[in-house]
Structure formats: structure tokens, C-alpha cells
Design a binder for this molecule. Structure first.
Ligand code: FEO
Ligand code: CA
Ligand code: CA
Ligand code: CA
Length: 597
């Protein structure tokens, strides 16, 4: 594949670029409004209690907007672009800035050097329960009134999904021995979803929540000769980043070693029934799903793309067996249970081979430890290792573009790639700033098993030669970025990229949203549209169908340096002494109306 360095055509996006930088608030291009729609702790129901940050309870949190908003989807009601359901993932929690009097700054001596660090206090079960209630997702009716969006608190579809919500395992893995637990001998009933990073909305209006770093919630130890040890280790479980296993045996792998096999899936939620039981669609595989964006193929089958966000992990797509039925919503409700999962092999000649993960084909046999399709799906990473898929630089959001037949793969970074491990699709050693790969599906057939690919952008500061960035020469000092994470395609088929990590890497800029040209002379030209406050990452970008509203998620604001509840790096967005810093979703609209950008 060629390096797609552009010739410097001027951006086709019609807005004035903002200055990159770091400060305590957000910034949007002139002529646009960025309004706060929902913050952590905001009410979602007519009977929600007031948010009381000094006296938090799990019961209150279950009725309030959750923490760390990541994916955002918009599902119009009756086709109305100004009225619909907003679906939002709550990926994880930051105890040190969420809970009062819980974290403190302590001095520690490491390698003979004294260092300051933030230390958490002793967890109670109630604090763990608040964390569990702050995870999951929100479904809330919103509408535009006099040009401004607002939540509809008596909306009949409003719902909170948490780490305790009853769910079903569905598809080939449901009922398998390896997903049975002491409390669920059926192997079909699971409680909760966790670490929902990005996601998707299907053509039939369901909400897909991707389970990403679920390994971190599991504690305890598992013996090396335990049959689950190898695959759990491949996923980094138990990760021990939370204290849930102290209060819940199911999160302790020494007590319930198969519970972790019930996480790492794509969860489908029927948002039109607030009592529906969300389904974990096991046919789409088990790994650290970043997201799950989909498209209806020209033959009617549905194609879903999903990245496995880990250094040296893989890019996947899933093609349903059945076609989408546009005339009968109910007929689509279980089509994600049957189909073919493929993993990508990027060849140096610019082609990509989509290799099917099918029981009995190639190395995926019982003799190699894959006794059935269910075993392949539970051990998806091991199956893809056996197929020799291409080890990527942390695949994040993957977005099909319905206008062009192209698909954009965000590869956020991989500083562990050594010089002798570079390949055509991951061309930089110690890839600190990530890159974007563009797949062209053959003849606009998203189900194609042989596609082509190119590098759209190698990210980082183009003025530093060693970085090897490939932004076009028309890109200004504000227009480059590192660490692409999420992205969105607007109604005109144009690419917008959201980032995660520019603040930590001292790039002189916080994360934000950049508008990136992909076609014509301006290919590779990038322009800064919006930026987040200090400590935050940029998530969720999503347009309404007319692209006159841009929904964006500011995740973990204030999480910089030695931040605690009492001393966050910013008190965005309220800027009140008695209110903690709060993750929030914003709506961006153009003053006077019209399309964004
Ligand atoms: Fe939750 Fe891949 O970032
Ligand atoms: Ca992400
Ligand atoms: Ca996306
Ligand atoms: Ca991220």
C-alpha cells in the first residue's frame, strides 16, 4: 500500500479552525454553540432524586445519568431528526474524583526517588454498588425545543442499564458448559454489562453496547493448570483494577472462574421496550470490543465492524446470515445470532483477506482446542492467533462510510511495536501517535472477503521529522492530532475523528474533534473543530440524521496530575465549589441552524 500523503489541498470543511491548547474548559469553532445536555448525576426520570455528590447512594445513581459517557447514538422517533432517543455508554468510573474524602495524595519512594501519587481509601460495599450503578448505559428521550435540545424526563422509553441489569446470552454460546456458573446453571442468564466503550445503532433501531476492558473488573487468582487459565490470561483477566470481587464472588475468578466468559460480548438492547432483556450476541465473538458500527449491505445482509482494542490485536467484521427486513422490525430482532465472523489479514500488496472463524475450517479443529463454534467464539483471540491474523496497533472505532464503500479503522497507538515487528498496515515502530487505515470494500460489497486497504493518515506532529506523520501540507499546527479513537461520518459522507491521549502526551493540546478530508486534493488535510477541557478524552461523536446536530461526549474531565474529588484539574462544566467535575454530553449546533461543518 502507498503512503497516502496528500498534496496539500485546502480543507473542504467550512468552519474556522480553533487553536489547539490546554485549559479548563471546552472550545468550539466560532459560529457554533456547544451546550451541555446531560452531566453525570443529571435526572433521567420524573422521579429521579436530586444529585447529591456528598451523599451518593447506589439507589440514587440508578436513576441518574451515569459516569464516563463514551459512545453516543441517536435513534429518531417517527423519523424526526429533532426528536429521538439518545443512547449513551457509561464506560468506567474514576473513584478518586467521584467520591468525596476518598482519595488522598501520598508520598511514595520508588527506586530511591520520592514521588507523589493518589491513593484510594478503603472501599465499602455501598461504594462498589455506586460504581456498578454508574456503569452501563442510558437511554433517554430528547427533543429540540426552540432550537435547543433537552431531555424529556417523563419519556416512556427512558432507562438506565447497569452492571446488575438482567441480560441473556444469545447465539451459539448460550447454554454452553463454559458459561454456566454456580448461580446460573442454565448458562443463559447474566447480570450486567461493563466497560462499554463505543457501540453502534442498527438499521432496525437497536442499541449495541460493546464490552471492552472487562478483564479489569475481575479479581482473585486462577491456577495455571485451570482449563480457563490460558484464554483468561490472553485477555488480561483477572485484571484487578476494581474492588468488586471483594463483595461479589462472581467477580472473583478463584470462586467463579466462568463468570468472565459471560463478558467481552456485544450487547443488543431493544430501546423501544424499556423492560426488554438485553441480549449478549455471542456470534460476534468475545474480545475487548471497542465498538460495533454496522451497515446494511447491498444484498440486505448486515455487516458489523469491531476492533479488539489491545496492542497487537485484531480487526473483525461479522456478516449476518439473514437479510435486514425494512418492513418488519420484529423480523430483525434476532438476526445477530447467526452469521459469519471474520478476522482481517492485511497483506503488503494492499489487499485485505477476511478470514472466517468457522469450526472445522483450517486450524480451527477439536484437535487444536476448538471443539465447537461456541469454543471458537469464547476463545476468539486464540482462534484468530491460530489463523495468523494481522496484529494491529490497538484497533478502536471502525466506521463504514455508506457514501463511498470505504471503512475507516482508528488505530490509536502501540509504543511496544519493535522495529522488527513493523508491517505494511502498521508501518511505524514505537507508534506513539497511531494511524488510520482505510479499507475499500470490493465493488461496494461490505460482505466482501477480499478487500483493499491504504493508510489514510499517520498521526502526530508533522513538524517533528522523526514522528513520520503524514498530514497534508495544508494542515496547520492546530490541525494535527495523535491517538485517533472514535470517529463519525456525517450526512455527506465526511470523516470526523475524536482522540484519546493528547493531553497526557504533552502535545500542547487536549483531545478533541478534527474534520479530516478523505477525498480529492485535500485528502489528509485535518482541521480542529472542538476541544475538551484538561484531563478529558473526546468520545461519542455522532450526528443526527440531518447532520445539524453533533452529539459529543467529554469523558473523565479533570483526570490529570494528582486529581482528587476535592482537587480536580478543573471543575468543568459547573465551575462551582460544591460541585465535582462531571463527565457530560454536549450538543453542537450552528448558530442560525444548518449543517455542521
Ligand atoms: Fe475504551 Fe478502546 O477505548
Ligand atoms: Ca475508545
Ligand atoms: Ca463511531
Ligand atoms: Ca479510549
Amino acid at each position: 500500500a502507498t503512503d497516502a500523503r496528500a498534496n496539500g489541498g485546502l480543507s473542504s470543511f467550512d468552519f474556522t479552525e480553533i487553536e489547539a491548547g490546554v485549559d479548563e474548559t471546552h472550545h468550539v469553532a466560532e459560529g457554533y454553540d456547544a451546550d451541555i445536555l446531560l452531566r453525570w448525576g443529571d435526572k433521567l426520570f420524573a422521579d429521579s432524586p436530586d444529585f447529591d455528590p456528598l451523599n451518593q447512594t447506589a439507589a440514587a445513581q440508578e436513576k441518574l445519568f451515569g459516569y464516563n459517557n463514551d459512545y453516543i447514538g441517536f435513534i429518531p422517533l417517527d423519523g424526526n431528526p429533532d426528536h429521538g432517543l439518545l443512547v449513551v455508554n457509561h464506560e468506567y468510573t474514576n473513584a478518586e474524583i467521584m467520591f468525596p474524602k476518598f482519595a488522598s495524595v501520598v508520598k511514595e519512594t520508588k527506586d530511591g526517588k520520592e514521588e507523589e501519587k493518589v491513593k484510594l481509601g478503603e472501599y465499602s460495599k455501598e461504594l462498589v454498588d455506586i460504581e456498578m450503578a454508574a456503569h452501563g448505559g442510558t437511554i433517554v428521550e430528547i427533543r429540540k425545543v426552540d432550537g435547543k435540545w433537552q431531555p424529556v424526563l417523563d419519556g416512556k422509553y427512558n432507562r438506565r442499564i447497569t452492571a446488575k441489569t438482567e441480560m441473556q446470552l444469545s447465539g451459539p454460546v448460550a447454554g454452553h458448559e463454559r458459561v454456566k456458573t454456580p448461580s446460573d446453571p442454565t448458562g443463559k442468564q447474566v447480570f450486567g454489562t461493563i466497560n462499554n466503550c463505543a457501540g453502534g445503532v442498527t438499521a432496525w433501531g437497536t442499541y449495541l453496547m460493546a464490552e471492552e476492558n472487562f478483564n479489569g473488573y475481575f479479581g482473585g487468582e486462577i491456577a495455571e493448570d485451570h482449563p480457563e487459565f490460558k484464554q483468561l490470561k490472553r485477555l488480561g483477566a483477572p485484571g484487578g483494577s476494581y474492588e468488586w470481587s471483594k463483595f461479589y464472588d462472581r467477580f472473583d475468578v478463584s470462586k467463579e472462574p466462568t463468570e468472565a466468559n459471560r463478558f467481552g460480548w456485544i450487547v443488543e438492547v431493544d430501546v423501544m421496550d424499556p423492560n426488554s432483556v438485553p441480549k449478549k450476541r455471542t456470534a460476534i465473538g468475545r474480545f475487548k470490543h471497542e465498538g460495533c458500527e454496522s451497515i446494511v449491505n447491498k444484498d440486505g445482509r448486515v455487516v458489523l465492524y469491531s476492533g479488539d482494542d489491545e496492542r497487537f490485536d485484531y480487526v473483525y467484521k461479522f456478516v449476518t446470515k439473514a437479510a435486514f427486513n425494512p418492513n418488519d422490525r420484529a423480523a430483525n430482532m434476532d438476526i445477530l445470532d447467526e452469521g459469519t465472523l471474520y478476522v482481517a489479514k492485511f497483506e503488503a500488496d494492499g489487499t485485505v483477506e477476511w478470514m472466517p472463524l468457522i469450526h472445522g475450517e483450517g486450524p480451527l479443529t477439536e484437535a487444536n482446542g476448538f471443539a465447537s463454534q461456541a469454543e471458537i467464539l469464547i476463545n476468539t483471540r486464540l482462534a484468530s492467533d491460530a489463523l495468523g491474523a494481522t496484529k494491529m496497533d490497538r484497533p478502536e472505532d471502525i466506521q463504514p462510510n455508506p457514501k463511498t464503500g470505504k471503512v475507516y479503522v482508528m488505530l490509536t497507538n502501540n509504543t511496544k511495536r519493535k522495529a522488527d515487528q513493523v508491517d505494511a498496515a502498521n508501518p511505524r515502530a514505537e507508534n506513539a501517535f497511531g494511524h488510520i487505515v482505510e479499507i475499500t470494500e470490493t465493488d461496494g460489497d461490505y460482505a466482501s472477503t477480499k478487500s483493499t486497504w491504504d493508510v489514510l493518515l499517520k498521526c502526530g506532529d508533522p513538524s517533528v521529522a522523526e514522528v513520520g506523520a503524514s498530514f497534508s501540507t495544508a494542515t496547520t499546527k492546530n490541525g494535527w492530532f495523535g491517538m485517533p479513537d472514535n470517529c463519525a461520518i456525517d450526512a455527506d459522507g465526511r470523516l470526523w475523528v475524536a482522540t484519546d491521549g493528547n493531553n497526557e502526551k504533552d502535545t500542547g493540546r487536549t483531545d478533541g474533534i478534527w474534520a479530516v478530508d478523505t477525498e480529492g486534493d485535500a485528502r489528509g488535510t485535518s482541521k480542529l473543530f472542538f476541544r475538551v477541557p484538561v484531563g478529558a478524552e473526546m468520545c461519542g461523536p455522532s450526528f443526527n440524521p440531518t447532520s445539524d446536530t453533533f452529539f459529543v461526549a467529554v469523558q473523565h474531565p479533570g483526570d490529570a496530575g494528582l486529581a482528587t474529588f476535592e482537587a480536580p484539574a478543573t471543575r468543568w462544566p459547573d465551575f462551582k465549589d460544591d460541585m465535582p467535575v462531571r463527565p457530560a454530553v454536549l450538543t453542537i449546533t450552528k448558530q442560525g441552524g444548518g449543517k455542521i461543518g
